[in-house]
Every structure is written in structure tokens, then in C-alpha cells.
Design a protein around this ligand. Structure first.
Ligand SMILES: Cc1ncc(COP(=O)(O)O)c(C=O)c1O
Length: 416
């Protein structure tokens, strides 16, 4: 039996025992102070939120369908919104009917619903290492064991996966195949095929989280996992990165019989996603140039990703490397040997620059050699300034580490 925590007068459920406070959330509290130049959050560019169009959509909804928009709605979600999303997914190569879709409060709720539906205490969940931190947290509340599988520039390494499936008999594999958080890398097509072939053979359900697929600014899109195998894969989507995260509109796409079970859980959780927000998004999508808006986003993010790449080339000492994303919001920087992510975080904060240390994104939190950098949220000029200071910080820590080694005070941090 897991020991239960006592918090004041309250004895918590055993599922709360292993739920650590999010290190990154604490970091973001510091990072998002107004005087900080932050590259820490996963924030889209707020100047690109279509604020006026959204305001107009809300006004129209309230004027023309106010009574329905303020009433309870069905748990599956607003019919016309499900139809729009189904048509969009179909147009992007994933044939989808509205009956396969459940509207959720962001894709984060989709992660939780799928975990609740599929996972029992003690189950094994395969995750990329590193992966999206809030997914690790969501899974850990179901008292499961996370089984990290290493990744490289082409995403999860699938060579050893069969052995892992045999040994662990996992109840779920969670993956972000496009512009992964935190690395910005994508899963190569041959790996997608191999992963699905193994998942089918070993009966492992796959949860494909795709918040960034629409934000591709370079290269060509390949098929999603769900497009390659609609029966084995549950896919999550969201408007958080394309419209605005504050609206909290996402969706789950799953085989109809699975979706009906998830809908029961959704009902038990919050009855349904905000009717007003769903109708406003539906109205917005019917009246505004979504494709043009996405083009604008992709253009700006591409410029910012390039600016960060070039600024890092100028600023970083030898021994530093980083990923070169073709979309999404992040890149992943590997520090020179001997430099610890927390030390960079502390020294950068002291100079007014916020970044996220990499170790919380690893299931076991043991790799201290990386930083996650967000490029979507700052102008080119600020990216240049910020990376310049970060380069100085890393250079100074590197010099201090080499001095310590020469003097025999410390040995370089081994790479895990
Ligand atoms: C991989 C991944 N999944 C899910 C989410 C949550 O998105 P939403 O706002 O739709 O809940 C994020 C947000 O950063 C993410 O990076």
C-alpha cells in the first residue's frame, strides 16, 4: 500500500503521494516577472492572437444565439464545431467523422481523460525521454510507472522498442510526433511505421498528442500516426497554439466505441466544454481567414526560430549544440560537458534572462545537460539580446568549470 500524505486536516488519496509540485511551474513564476526577458514559457506570440475577430465572434454569438450559448450543452461538444474539425482533419489527410471527436478543455484534458480511461495503478506507460512535462504529471496521478525511451534528432528511438514492449507489457505509449515539446524534433516516417507495427503486434494503444502540427514553417508534413493507423491511435488536437490558449478548446479523436467511453468520463469531470467558447470558436472559424492567420503565424515563428538559431551560433561557446526545428515553439540546447542546467538557470536569472532547465522533462529527471528555449514569444531583437547574454553566462560557467577541473576541485559532469 502506498503511504498516504496528511496535509493539515486532510489525508490525501494515495495517488497524490508521488505527485511532485511542477518544478517548471515554479520556474515560470520567476520567469514571467515583468522585468525578465523570458524564453521559458511555452507561450504563443500574444500580438498574433486574432483579438478583434474573436471579440466580434463572441459579440455575434451573444447577439444571435445567446440563449443557447449560455445554456448547458452536450458532453460530446458543439455539433458544428465537431463538423468543422472533422473536415479540417480530413483535408489534412486524416479521414474523420464528427462522431469520432470529443471537444475538451484543451488537449491537456484529453491526456487526462485517456489516462483515466486506460490506466490502472501499476500499469506501465511508455514515454519519449524527454517529453512534455504536464503529460508526465497527468500520468503520475494514476499511479503508473513511466518507462522512458530515448530519443534523438529523429524522435523516439524505436530499435529497442520491441524488447521494451515484451518486458514491460505497457498499457499505453504517449508520443508527440511533430515538433515535440521540449525538443522541437519530429518522428521520422520509417520510425512511425515501425512504432505502429510493433504497437499493433503487441496490442499497445498509442496516444498521439499533436498541438503543433499546424505550425510547420519548413519541410514537408508526413502522415500522422492516426492517419497511418486509425484503430490503434487516439489523437489529441487543440486551438491553443493556432488561435489562443486562453479559450481552452481542444479535442480527442478516437474510434467511436472508445470515444463514447471517454465522453462518459468527460461528463463526470465537467459535463461539457464551455458552450460559449465553443460557439465563439465555431463562429470565428466560419467568418475569418484561418488559413491566412496560420500562414502569418508560421512566417513569424520561422523568422524567430531562425533568429534564435543565428544568435546561438554567434553567442554560444564551443561544445554547445541545439536542435533545428521545422515548426512548433521550442528548440533544445545541449550544454557543453561540465555545465549544469540549474546553474545556467540561476546565473541567467541574475542577468534578467529566463530559460527552462531540461531535467524536469526527463521521466527520471537525471539529465542536467540541457535547456529548453522558446522562440515564439519574443521579437528577433530581443532574441538576439537574450541569446547574447545566455552565451556569456554559459561561457563564464564553462570557464569556471575548466578552472575547477585544472585545480582538481571538480570533475566534469558525465553525460548520462
Ligand atoms: C505536447 C503538448 N501537449 C499538450 C499541451 C497542452 O495544450 P492545451 O492548451 O491544448 O491544453 C501542450 C502545451 O504546451 C503541449 O506542449
Amino acid at each position: 500500500m502506498t503511504e498516504r500524505l496528511q496535509v493539515g486536516a486532510f489525508r490525501l488519496a494515495s495517488r497524490m503521494t508521488d505527485v511532485a509540485p511542477s518544478a517548471v511551474r515554479e520556474i515560470l513564476k520567476v520567469a514571467e516577472q515583468p522585468e525578465m526577458l523570458s524564453f521559458a514559457g511555452g507561450l504563443p506570440a500574444p500580438e498574433l492572437f486574432p483579438v478583434e475577430a474573436i471579440a466580434e465572434a463572441y459579440a455575434q454569438v451573444l447577439a444571435e444565439e445567446g440563449k443557447q450559448a449560455l445554456q448547458y450543452g452536450v458532453s460530446e461538444g458543439h455539433g458544428p464545431l465537431r463538423e468543422w474539425i472533422a473536415a479540417r482533419l480530413t483535408q489534412r489527410g486524416l479521414a474523420t467523422s464528427p462522431e469520432q471527436l470529443l471537444i475538451t478543455h484543451g488537449s491537456q484534458q484529453g491526456i487526462d481523460l485517456v489516462a483515466r480511461a486506460l490506466l490502472d495503478r501499476g500499469d506501465r506507460v511508455i514515454v519519449e525521454d524527454p517529453t512534455y512535462l504536464a503529460a508526465l504529471q497527468a500520468f503520475s496521478t494514476y499511479e503508473v510507472t513511466l518507462v522512458p525511451v530515448p530519443s534523438d534528432a529523429e524522435g523516439m528511438q524505436v530499435d529497442g522498442l520491441e524488447e521494451v514492449f515484451r518486458r514491460e507489457r505497457p498499457a499505453l505509449l504517449y508520443i508527440v510526433p511533430e515538433f515535440q515539446n521540449p525538443k522541437g524534433t519530429s518522428l521520422a516516417l520509417p520510425r512511425r511505421r515501425k512504432l505502429l507495427e510493433l504497437a499493433r503486434r503487441h496490442g499497445v494503444p498509442v496516444l498521439e498528442d499533436d498541438p503543433y502540427g499546424e505550425i510547420r514553417f519548413a519541410g514537408r508534413a508526413g502522415p500522422s500516426l492516426a492517419a497511418l493507423d486509425s484503430e490503434q491511435v487516439i489523437q489529441l488536437g487543440t486551438f491553443s497554439k493556432t488561435l489562443a490558449p486562453g479559450m481552452r478548446i481542444g479535442w480527442v479523436r478516437a474510434p467511436v466505441e472508445v470515444l463514447s467511453r471517454l465522453t462518459i468520463l468527460k461528463q463526470a469531470t465537467d459535463l461539457h466544454t464551455s458552450t460559449l467558447n465553443q460557439r465563439a470558436v465555431t463562429r470565428l472559424l466560419a467568418t475569418f481567414d484561418y488559413e491566412g492567420h496560420l500562414e502569418k503565424l508560421r512566417k513569424v515563428y520561422r523568422v524567430r526560430a531562425d533568429a534564435m538559431d543565428q544568435a546561438l551560433c554567434r553567442a554560444m561557446p564551443p561544445g554547445t549544440s541545439w536542435t533545428h526545428p521545422e515548426g512548433g515553439l521550442f528548440l533544445w540546447l545541449q550544454l557543453p560537458a561540465g555545465i549544469v542546467d540549474d546553474a545556467v538557470f540561476q546565473a541567467a536569472i541574475a542577468r534578467g534572462i529566463a530559460v527552462v532547465p531540461g531535467h524536469p522533462f526527463f521521466a527520471r529527471g537525471l539529465d542536467h545537460g540541457h535547456l529548453r528555449l522558446n522562440f515564439s514569444n519574443r521579437s528577433e531583437a530581443l532574441i538576439d539580446t537574450g541569446m547574447g547574454i545566455l552565451g556569456e553566462v554559459v561561457g563564464e560557467l564553462g570557464a569556471a568549470a575548466s578552472r575547477a577541473v585544472v585545480q582538481g576541485v571538480a570533475s566534469p559532469r558525465p553525460r548520462p
